[in-house]
Design a protein around this ligand. Structure first.
Ligand code: PLP
Length: 345
């Protein structure tokens, strides 16, 4: 049986939002030049430049793994290394694609509270070894919002920028939930990226409401040299590019990207607040974007699973992640809460 009810496993369980669909349909009129030489792609690219207040280079890929892997590969040589948090998606969920795309650049894993790297831990990783036998650190990869649903503040980003400058490191930002971060932080996209030292951002459209499609934004344009060839070689150049770029324009031009992100954040906040009132439910990390991590008794988890609720339990024992998206409804949250309360009682 198909369970098509709203779920809490991931924001990519959601469908296509109306604005993205609307532009997809608009783009489906007649023919248009292929491989990104169309008007939709030009307009979306220009919109990103306006949004980020900078003349940046923009590329589109099908998914986030490709966006992260190819952009990291553009920032380092095979003998370099990438410093990331031990829970980073590039380490835990991309099947070695960053190493594969870069012909072997090693990921160096760092610990850190609430899923975040600090300037201090980065400095320690860089200075730990200086000999030729160790892959030379070249890139810092940070995720905004993080895999644990937390946010890097501007102050934290600026600290990381300082250490990056000191040790000549580039900064890559995995923005799978960048929209949620912008919606939560009340800062401009520019302040949250290149003004804080970010060289390249992988901005996710899929989780924000598109069918598929990520934008890779190089603020440091020299790093984008020949990147179009890299995408093509990796099988990431969409021939009918307009069906990625038009929905992107739909999200951007209508403001749906922020509306969707705010919606997801607000519902996560609501869920968190309700969980705080439930004895035996323990919030694990500060809820700052659209994810709520909570420790629940094992029998509650089993009960929820038997009731067909979808969610991830991959962090620690009893750690449950509830992810909200643009189509999360209060009704479904209330149903979830009712089942949690029922199992605890
Ligand atoms: C979803 C996600 C991605 C992209 O994953 P794909 O399945 O490759 O699209 C990248 N980083 C993070 C943190 C994610 O949550």
């Amino acid at each position: 049986m198909i369970n098509n009810l709203e779920q809490f496993a991931s924001d990519n369980y959601s469908g296509i939002c109306p604005e993205a669909m609307d532009y997809m349909i608009k783009a489906n009129q007649g023919s248009a030049p292929a491989y990104g030489n169309d008007e939709w792609t030009q307009k979306a690219t220009d919109y990103f430049r306006e949004l980020f207040e900078i003349d940046c280079e923009v590329f589109f890929t099908f998914n986030g793994t490709a966006a992260n892997s190819l952009s990291l590969a553009a920032l380092c040589q095979s003998y370099h290394s990438v410093i990331c948090h031990e829970t980073a998606h590039i380490e835990t969920d991309e099947c070695g694609a960053p190493e594969f795309a870069s012909n072997g650049s090693k990921l160096l894993l760092a610990p850190g509270k609430n899923g975040k790297l600090t300037a201090q831990v980065i400095a320690e990783m860089v200075t730990k070894r200086a000999d030729i036998h160790y892959p030379k650190p070249k890139v810092i990869s940070i995720t905004q919002a993080t895999e644990l649903g937390t946010l890097y503040s501007i102050a934290e980003l600026l600290d990381i920028q300082e250490v990056a400058q000191k040790y000549n490191l580039k900064i890559h930002m995995d923005g799978a939930r960048f929209a949620n971060a912008v919606a939560a932080m009340n800062k401009t996209p520019a302040e949250m990226t290149w003004k804080s030292g970010v060289d390249v951002l992988c901005f996710c459209g899929t989780k924000n409401g598109m069918a598929l499609g990520e934008a890779i934004i190089f603020f440091n344009k020299s790093l984008a040299e020949d990147f179009d060839y890299r995408c093509k070689q990796a099988g990431q150049l969409a021939s009918k590019m307009r069906f990625i770029s038009a929905p992107w324009l739909g999200l951007l031009e209508t403001g749906a990207w922020l509306k969707n992100a705010r919606h997801a954040n607000q519902y996560a906040a609501y869920l968190e607040n309700e969980l705080l009132n439930i004895e035996n439910a323990e919030i694990m990390f500060p809820r700052e974007a659209n994810a709520v991590f909570v420790k629940l008794p094992e029998q509650v988890i089993q009960h929820l699973k038997s009731r067909d609720w979808q969610f991830y339990t991959f962090i620690g024992v009893g750690g449950v992640r509830f992810m909200c998206s643009w189509n999360t409804t209060k009704q479904r949250i209330d149903e979830l809460l009712r089942d949690i309360k029922g199992a605890i009682a």
